[in-house]
Design a protein around this ligand. Structure first.
Ligand code: GCU
Length: 667
């Protein structure tokens, strides 16, 4: 059948292996629904839908078990030994199957896990899984605008059809909620952080309310990004000073109005005093003043304010790397209990590779939320095949050493290190109106991996890749192995042909597409490429040691030791922290210049290899999906050549060294 990718990993196609299918079908007879609630209804409906597809058999939903075999029993049991309300426990009881949890939400997640068990071909006899999410708010951030466009969206227009809402509910909203619930995502910010104040008006609030009503039965809470100047823009107050009582009252009233429409509203996400957005600093106040005002408005309703730490100054002689730490660390301990600070994974901006942000570990009294980017702003849009789980994991597994060895970023974010009582992980969404949701079919895996890691950051990139591939593409062992390898290597390949050895921010201006290392003038001095790579006759790279910006001092001594010496700094981070001579011998035995060329050429070659490997899975993958990925890989190959030639030829103007012999022959 032709598959347009719409069903994501929730395909529920009839299981091909007949013996296996008959085994499942024989073992499953009814779904026993448990106490009624909208969320329980979502769970039973999904089980019925999934089993109908997978087993080709309609499984009845009943209030009580019939007989003592083959019942899938949904059970809310507050005495279940689970770490929290959203966890679940799957087990066999005689010849029945139990999906138990403390709440209906846990049962919903358990139901998707039960289906996943079958979708990935695991024996029902071995049904035994106990798991609870390690992060409380597992959220998507949509950068969607009032006019239906998406900032940095590469998969079409917004999913939210604002002009038709609230009257018309596109069935896709429910499929969006199902997909999220299936991977444990429980909150969504529906609009862009560069927020139009219009979202807070009586024109847009009912539209957001309508979305919230669709998402609620899938356990998903709605949040909104707010414009800090709304009291001035909408309220006609002449000021948005967070310490002005009228402004505080305006937010208290607005918040009350929102909760009247959406009683379980999650709260606000705020981008303030960042890239031209209004904020408390416009009135001589600080980030905590701004956040605390909103926290106070939200507190009576149990809402939270999530304040972003993505800030920097336009200082050509400064180091943008250091700004967030400098502005936020001194505020630790001054935020209200229902405020969180959301930090991008790296110090600059979602580059193909960044060291972890030094804020992680630096604010023990302020719950820090992780912000990852799922949409591929700096990772080749939707022409590039880049599996992001290794990027997410690299950051989460990084050791901050803040409380000694093992103080990983993951332990900061999941709250265990500093005993945060609020925890969150956000992913900037890669969804849009394209039939397959994400533009590139393989990018569906990034949405999937984000959700799985927000639930449990100890899962491996490989396990998630296999799980996703089995559910989405194929279970044939050879093809499965090939696709898993393709996924796992794809990010490193991308780094190699775009920004090897720790290069960063050398992409095309404004669109952030393709290479532009020669960019020397921009609207802001710290947006140019030459600011970041610092290529010159004496070498290349940004010195962030004591002899340079000393950004390294923002890390624990152990981290400084790991990255501070150009002779021992791991090569993936070298040019992030050091300005290195072109002829310096690296640990690979090559000079810096030769190594740089080597990576650009091998990285580009690896895309040709990806094309070859992908071709081998053709017999096992749906023809339409196969062709889509093959076409995009061909485009990626063209882009890789562009990156390679642009960067090597540009940097050669400074190195004045020849391209190494193996790469001199034309391809
Ligand atoms: C990047 C991105 C912007 C976005 C910003 C943010 O700079 O290019 O489009 O608004 O990040 O995260 O706020």
């Amino acid at each position: 059948s032709a598959d347009d990718g719409y069903r994501l990993w929730l395909k529920y196609d009839l299981i091909k292996n007949e013996a296996q299918r008959k085994q499942y079908a024989g073992a499953i007879k009814t779904i026993v629904s448990g106490p009624a609630s909208p969320i329980m209804q979502s769970a039973t409906a999904e089980l019925q839908l999934g089993l109908q597809g997978l087993l080709g058999k309609s499984v009845a939903i009943q209030p009580t078990a019939s007989g003592s075999a083959g019942n899938i029993i949904l059970k809310i049991d507050p005495t279940e030994k689970l770490a929290n309300d959203e966890g679940y426990h799957l087990y066999k009881k005689g010849s029945d199957f139990v999906i138990a949890a403390k709440t209906d939400k846990g049962v919903l997640y358990g139901s998707f896990a039960f289906l996943r068990h079958i979708q990935t071909g695991q024996p029902l006899g071995e049904l035994a899984e106990t798991t609870s999410p390690k992060i409380q708010l597992r959220m998507l951030n949509h950068w969607d605008n009032t006019n239906g466009s998406i900032e940095r969206g590469y998969a079409g227009a917004s999913l939210w059809k604002w002009f038709e809402l609230p009257e018309n509910l596109d069935p896709r909203y429910m499929d969006y909620a199902r997909a999220n619930a299936s991977i444990g995502i429980n909150s969504t910010v529906v609009n862009n952080v560069n927020a139009s104040a219009r979202f807070l008006t009586p024109e847009y609030l009912p539209k957001v309310q309508a979305l919230a009503n669709v998402f609620r039965p899938y356990g998903i809470k709605v949040f909104m990004s707010i414009n800090f100047a709304a009291p001035r823009i909408l309220g006609g107050l002449g000021t948005s000073d967070p310490l002005d009582p009228k402004v505080r009252q305006w937010w208290a009233d607005k918040t009350k109005e929102i909760y009247a429409a959406i009683p379980d509203f999650g709260g606000f996400l705020v981008k303030a005093n960042s890239e031209g957005q209004p904020g408390p600093q416009d009135y001589g106040r600080n980030h905590a003043d701004g956040a605390n005002m909103l926290a106070e408005a939200l507190a009576p309703f149990g809402g939270v304010v999530i304040w972003r730490a993505f800030v920097y100054k336009a200082d050509p002689n400064g180091d943008r790397f250091k700004t967030a730490y400098e502005e936020f660390k001194p505020l630790d301990g001054t935020f209200k209990p229902n405020a969180m600070v959301q930090v991008k994974n790296g110090p600059i901006d979602f580059q193909p590779r960044e060291p972890f942000s030094p804020l992680f570990g630096a604010m023990p009294k302020t719950p820090l939320a992780m912000e990852f980017q799922i949409t591929q702003e700096y990772l080749g849009f939707s022409t590039n095949f880049v599996y992001l789980a290794p990027l997410f994991k690299e950051c989460l597994d990084s050791d901050t050493y803040i409380k000694g060895k093992g103080s990983t970023v993951a332990k900061v974010v999941d709250g265990t290190l500093h005993r945060y009582d609020k925890t969150a992980m956000a992913g900037v969404a890669n969804t849009g109106s394209d039939r397959n949701w994400t533009g590139h079919t393989m990018s569906q895996a990034n949405w999937y991996a984000f959700g799985r890691l927000a639930w449990d950051h100890t899962l491996s990139s490989e396990a998630i890749a296999q799980e996703w591939t089995k559910m989405t593409l194929t279970q044939e062992p050879k093809a499965l192995a090939t696709i898993t390898d393709l996924l796992l290597n794809s990010r490193e390949n991308y780094v190699n042909f775009t920004t090897p050895l720790g290069l960063h921010h050398i992409m095309g201006e404004s669109l952030h597409f393709g290479p532009q290392p020669w960019l020397a003038k921009s609207a802001r001095p710290d947006w140019t490429a030459v600011y970041y790579h610092r290529a010159a006759a004496d070498g290349i790279g940004f010195d962030r040691t004591k002899t340079g910006s000393n950004a390294l001092a923002q890390y624990a001594p152990e981290v400084q030791a790991q990255w501070g010496d150009p002779d021992t700094c791991p090569l993936p981070y070298l040019l992030w922290f050091h300005h290195v001579a072109w002829d310096k011998k690296l640990s690979t035995g090559r000079t810096l210049w030769d190594e740089l060329c080597h990576r650009y050429y091998e990285g580009t070659q690896s895309v040709a290899q990806m094309q070859k490997d992908w071709a081998t899975v053709k017999p096992e993958v749906d023809p339409e999906l196969f062709a889509d990925v093959a076409g995009r890989l061909a485009a990626q190959r063209r882009e890789a050549l562009w990156w390679r030639d642009a960067c090597v030829l540009y940097f050669q103007e400074f190195s004045k060294m020849p391209i190494p012999a193996p790469y001199q022959k034309p391809e």
